[in-house]
Design a binder for this molecule. Structure first.
Ligand code: SAM
Length: 304
């Protein structure tokens, strides 16, 4: 397999302070590109990682073989982080990374049914153990439910025509593949240059299937509690809905005096990365640092 170069690799390395010895948590291990960089940066670094996709984790395990004994991977949603780490007596972490969304490995794999670029069974589950799939959403959700998710997660202003078409077609025959869904949508929503309606519908179904935004904001509460003073968190998001949640959570933590924001504006990919990896064009990175012990003690002294 060619070397897997993760998105914004250098920017993550710098903002996560990976050359300084620490315990790191990679919530979205994928094929282990960022995890490998973390383990490679300092031989004393230890990494805990999660991913919902067991196939990706298996490959990551192999890609990280060189670092045997210095990492633990869990097939889990990162939102279970506290429940996974506390029983292992890991209460505080030096650096957290979340490279959200789907990977190229998932998008390019027809068996996973994420993409309309190849015709494949409608699936879109990151975690094959869960029952809800894209097939269920497209065929079983009511007109009202589909309208709601296309508006909320696809940010489609008026999805009525698309929903009508989906509901009309599935009455005669269940919609089974990404290709069938694409043909149905294209009948009423011609291709557009910016954020094509087809891409928006697929994004909405994917977010719904994987519950990508559910509880994300609350999760940041757990995370801030698990940060050592001076610890860093880096989050890369690929769509505005996710980025808005991250931005709001970090802003609120800054207002509450527990975090310093390191990226007043989100960091995006540089020209050369955009050329090598067109998918990096929608990546937005935000980073923050928990208040250091000195800052916290200084603030307390001022209050006294
Ligand atoms: C953009 S990829 C990460 C790529 C990774 N940084 C690398 O270097 O290979 C996102 C990964 O996060 C996983 N994922 C998305 N949401 C998750 C969640 N809530 N919990 C655990 N894994 C998640 C996906 O299955 C996918 O493998």
């Amino acid at each position: 397999m060619p070397e897997h170069v993760p998105v914004l690799k250098n920017e993550v390395a710098e903002l996560l302070n990976i050359t300084e010895e620490g315990i790191f948590f990679d919530g979205t291990v994928g094929l282990g590109g960022h995890s490998a960089a973390i383990l490679n940066a300092n031989s004393a670094n230890y990494l805990y990682g999660t991913d919902k996709d067991s196939e990706a984790l298996e490959i990551a395990g192999k890609n990280l073989e060189l670092f045997q004994g210095r990492f633990t991977l869990f097939h889990s949603d990162f939102r279970n982080m506290k429940d996974l780490l506390l029983p292992m007596d890991i209460a505080k972490i030096d650096g957290f990374l979340f490279d959200l969304g789907v990977s190229s490995f998932q998008l390019d794999n027809p068996g996973k049914g994420f993409s309309y670029a190849q015709d494949a069974p409608l699936d879109m589950r990151m975690d094959k153990n869960q029952t809800l799939s894209a097939f269920d959403v497209v065929n079983d959700y009511t007109h009202e439910q589909l309208t709601d998710i296309f508006k909320r997660y696809g940010e489609l202003g008026n999805p009525a025509k698309i929903v009508d078409q989906v509901v009309f077609h599935r009455k005669a025959k269940k919609i089974e593949t990404t290709g069938e869904l694409k043909t149905i949508i294209r009948r009423v929503a011609p291709q557009q240059k910016t954020m094509d309606p087809l891409a928006r519908v697929f994004q909405a179904v994917r977010i719904e299937v994987n519950r990508e935004l559910a509880g994300l904001e609350d999760f940041f509460g757990d995370l801030f509690n698990m940060m050592k003073p001076g610890a860093r968190v880096v989050v890369i998001s690929f769509h505005s809905l996710e980025d808005r949640i991250v931005k709001t959570a970090l802003k609120r933590a800054r207002e509450n005096g527990i975090m310093n924001i390191l990226t007043p504006k989100p960091v995006t990919a540089a020209e050369n990365e955009l050329r090598m990896n067109p998918r990096s064009r929608s990546a937005k990175l935000r980073a923050a640092e928990s208040e250091s012990r000195e800052e916290r003690e200084g603030a307390r002294r001022k209050v006294k």
